[in-house]
Design a protein. Structure first.
Length: 70
């Protein structure tokens, strides 16, 4: 994974390689929601994403939306 700032000034987490969500808890450790800016981009362009189960989808959305709860 690479972390960069895009042309709009947003922090970008760029995922690369195979991404499997067998453990959403491990995936969660890749990000820093407590210290990240309000707007971040999680880019999957160079990643191959494995199967997501319903519970893992919910956990992923919790990670992504932790600064902006639904």
């Amino acid at each position: 994974m690479a972390v960069r700032t895009n042309e709009d000034g947003h922090k970008v987490y760029e995922l690369k390689g195979s991404v499997f969500f067998a453990s959403a808890a491990k995936f969660r450790t890749l990000f820093s929601p407590a210290t990240d800016p309000d707007d971040v981009v999680i880019e999957f362009r160079h990643a191959r994403v494995g199967e997501l189960h319903d519970l893992e989808k919910e956990e992923l959305m919790a990670v992504v939306s932790s600064k902006h709860p639904l």
